[in-house]
Design a protein around this ligand. Structure first.
Ligand SMILES: *[C@@H]1O[C@H](CO)[C@@H](O)[C@H](O)[C@H]1NC(C)=O
Ligand SMILES: *[C@@H]1O[C@H](CO)[C@@H](O)[C@H](O)[C@H]1NC(C)=O
Ligand SMILES: *[C@@H]1O[C@H](CO)[C@@H](O)[C@H](O)[C@H]1NC(C)=O
Ligand SMILES: *[C@@H]1O[C@H](CO)[C@@H](O)[C@H](O)[C@H]1NC(C)=O
Ligand SMILES: *[C@@H]1O[C@H](CO)[C@@H](O)[C@H](O)[C@H]1NC(C)=O
Ligand SMILES: *[C@@H]1O[C@H](CO)[C@@H](O)[C@H](O)[C@H]1NC(C)=O
Ligand SMILES: *[C@@H]1O[C@H](CO)[C@@H](O)[C@H](O)[C@H]1NC(C)=O
Ligand SMILES: *[C@@H]1O[C@H](CO)[C@@H](O)[C@H](O)[C@H]1NC(C)=O
Ligand SMILES: *[C@@H]1O[C@H](CO)[C@@H](O)[C@H](O)[C@H]1NC(C)=O
Length: 343
């Protein structure tokens, strides 16, 4: 019991760290059923990407949800929609800020406090503050991304997570279907080191479980350079966090074009350690059923041949509990989930 409490404490601490970003703001929208959130809260404490606690055993909404992420994007089924250009505020600037780079046991997470970067446009309703970005990868270049296109995965995928400014914080945003917007970037392993992704070198500073470093934003390339050059070609659908508690609150953007990183750079990620001290070789959730959802494409996806990538993957994010709200425990679990997911 004692160790359980310690774990919970650590999780909470982490979560606050991860989501300490500035307020999103307050608004009114219908809340999701509490029941769902409640159930999902409990899957947090012991989830992983393997064995008895792997994706096939995640509970709650992860198991029962009908708008789960990631998905296999069948480009020929994507419906063309002129969603428009993104407005990525400060994504072209190096601000006088510090970022926190952490290994949360589920991945590498870079947390941004202050809400200085915002995402709007691109068919999104409203404005979203970027709170963190994190990565998913696999043990080899045939797998690692969470989304897959036409059944083909990439070696890795990055997620920029942003919180709807209608809500005061991520914990609150997790209760609403329009709570988060995530920008997904496919990663290929090709060629020399990609300088725009030199922050991957910080993976070597957080090899150990729960380790973190504070790094000046000036040591990162501007975010625009981390994103694909073509930011106007992307897929859009309504989905979820790809980690417990799998809250169905994410408006997904998955860019059509991948970015390249080197073999050395992806190797840094594969050296991160899990809680048990062993390498975190993979941290992706496999594709979930599309069900009755529509995938939109901002471009004519039926006439475009996609780049050849690797195999299959997954994504994760924060979790939150709503019904538990009566008990503080609920909030608390949510925070934990969120932390882990972000990682
Ligand atoms: C909670 O969710 C489960 C699974 O979706 C459902 O079967 C059950 O009726 C729900 N309970 C309440 C009180 O809403
Ligand atoms: C960033 O961190 C450094 C070292 O901890 C500190 O001196 C500096 O004031 C911080 N900068 C900002 C903008 O918080
Ligand atoms: C970042 O956002 C915070 C909170 O809104 C603000 O106080 C700070 O001045 C901003 N920093 C920069 C460098 O824009
Ligand atoms: C998030 O916002 C809600 C509603 O304003 C507040 O009750 C809660 O304490 C906030 N949580 C955090 C972690 O700041
Ligand atoms: C990261 O590790 C490198 C190599 O050991 C070291 O030079 C650097 O100072 C570390 N960075 C931080 C932010 O701790
Ligand atoms: C996502 O859900 C919203 C609200 O129901 C809807 O307006 C929007 O069209 C959906 N997006 C997609 C891509 O289906
Ligand atoms: C990635 O590599 C491919 C193949 O070498 C190349 O065509 C493409 O231009 C590269 N992309 C970037 C962004 O460097
Ligand atoms: C997309 O491209 C295909 C093949 O060139 C063409 O048949 C189709 O009409 C185009 N669709 C739209 C919406 O432009
Ligand atoms: C996916 O497959 C469809 C046909 O099955 C093809 O038209 C489309 O170009 C493919 N897209 C990619 C990105 O490979």
């Amino acid at each position: 019991m004692e160790s359980f409490l310690v774990v919970v404490f650590l999780i909470i601490s982490c979560a606050s760290l991860a989501f300490s970003a500035g307020p999103c703001k307050v608004g009114a929208t219908r809340k999701l059923p509490i029941n769902q959130t409640f159930l999902s809260s409990f899957s947090l404490l012991a989830w992983s990407y393997e064995g008895d606690t792997g994706p096939n055993h995640w509970k709650g909404v992860c198991e029962t949800g009908k708008r789960q992420s990631p998905i296999d994007i069948k480009s020929s089924d994507a419906v063309y929609n002129a969603l428009g250009k993104f407005d990525l505020k400060n994504y072209d600037k190096k601000l006088d800020l510090n970022f926190t780079v952490a290994n949360n046991g589920h991945g590498m997470v870079v947390s941004l406090a202050g809400g200085n970067y915002t995402v709007s446009g691109g068919g999104l309703v409203g404005s979203y503050k970027t709170v963190q970005f994190h990565l998913h990868w696999g043990p080899n270049n045939d797998e690692g991304s969470e989304h897959v296109v036409n059944g083909t995965a990439y070696p890795a995928e990055m997620h920029f997570v942003s919180c709807n400014t209608n809500y005061p914080n991520v914990t609150e945003a997790l209760k609403y279907p329009d709570g988060l917007a995530v920008l997904g970037v496919f990663i290929k392993v090709e060629g020399d080191d990609n300088d725009a992704w030199s922050f991957l070198d910080f993976a070597a500073n957080v090899t150990k479980y729960k380790s973190s470093v504070v790094v000046p934003a000036s040591d990162f390339a501007v975010f625009n350079k981390m994103l694909p050059a073509s930011k106007s070609d992307y897929y859009r659908y309504n989905g979820s966090l790809t980690t417990p508690t799998c809250n169905e609150v994410v408006t997904w953007t998955v860019f059509k074009d991948a970015v390249n990183i080197s073999k050395r750079q992806i190797g840094l990620l594969r050296k991160l350690e899990k809680q048990d001290g062993k390498p975190l070789k993979e941290n992706y959730r496999p594709p979930m059923p599309l069900n009755d959802r529509t995938v939109k494409a901002s471009f004519n996806a039926t006439s475009v041949a996609t780049n050849p990538p690797p195999a299959a993957g997954s994504t994760t994010m924060p979790t939150g509990g709503a019904s538990v709200s009566r008990m503080t425990a609920g909030l608390f679990l949510s925070m934990l989930l969120i932390l882990f997911t972000l990682q």
